[in-house]
Ligand binder design. Structure first.
Ligand code: XMP
Ligand code: MG
Length: 187
């Protein structure tokens, strides 16, 4: 599928699966005493950022051996299709109040960090009991704003990647691995 469009595989399906198991074990350990011990209100709230984080969110939630509640937000960053400007608009907000809750934001990728920085300020204002971030991918060379990220899957080079939720013009989200695009796709 998409064979001619993918120039190289950056993270394989197996690597994604292994990394998720590794992060899930850490998260379960870190939240063991604070989450899931005092009824539904103590369940960890995962906030997935649509659409990119969908694959990671669903695989991650299933790999976590502690109870979680799934929430989604959709935001749009004004900018070109391959970079963001930091000006963010909420397209879909949370369904529930997160005040007093332990919250873990689930991101597909941190590039400049502008989107996440805005999102963290927005969520922090809602007074959660704790607020942390897990991201599958991060591009250290692209960072413009430092946002403390508790869990990082892979640090990758500053190249545009697709697959496993990440798109180019809404395509390639359904690939089970993460890869770079061949220049012919952009032509
Ligand atoms: P910033 O720059 O605000 O960007 O950290 C975060 C959002 O930009 C998108 N993004 C990408 N999407 N391949 C993609 O398909 C990439 O390499 C890439 N880099 C950034 C993504 O939506 C992310 O949440
Ligand atoms: Mg995108």
């Amino acid at each position: 599928m998409y064979d001619d469009d993918i120039a190289s595989v950056m993270v394989t399906e197996d690597q994604v699966r292994e990394k998720i198991a590794e992060i899930a074990a850490k998260v379960a350990e870190d939240y063991r005493d604070s989450c899931g011990t005092g009824g539904p209100q103590t369940d960890l709230v995962l906030i997935g950022v649509l659409k990119g984080a969908v694959m990671f969110m669903t695989d991650f939630a299933r790999a976590l051996p502690i109870p979680t509640q799934l929430e989604f937000m959709a935001v749009s960053s004004y900018g070109s299709s391959t970079s963001s400007s930091g000006v963010v608009r909420i397209l879909k907000d949370l369904d529930r109040d997160i005040a007093g809750r332990h919250v873990l934001v689930v991101e597909d990728i941190i590039d400049s960090g502008l989107t996440l920085s805005w999102l963290m300020n927005n969520l922090d204002a809602r007074r959660p009991a704790s607020l942390e971030v897990v991201t599958l991918l991060r591009k250290p060379d692209a960072v413009k704003v430092e946002v403390p990220v508790r869990y990082v899957g892979f640090d990758i080079p500053n190249e545009f990647v697709v697959g496993y939720g990440l798109d180019y013009a809404e395509r390639y989200r359904d690939l089970p691995y993460i890869g770079t695009l061949s220049p012919t796709v952009y032509a």
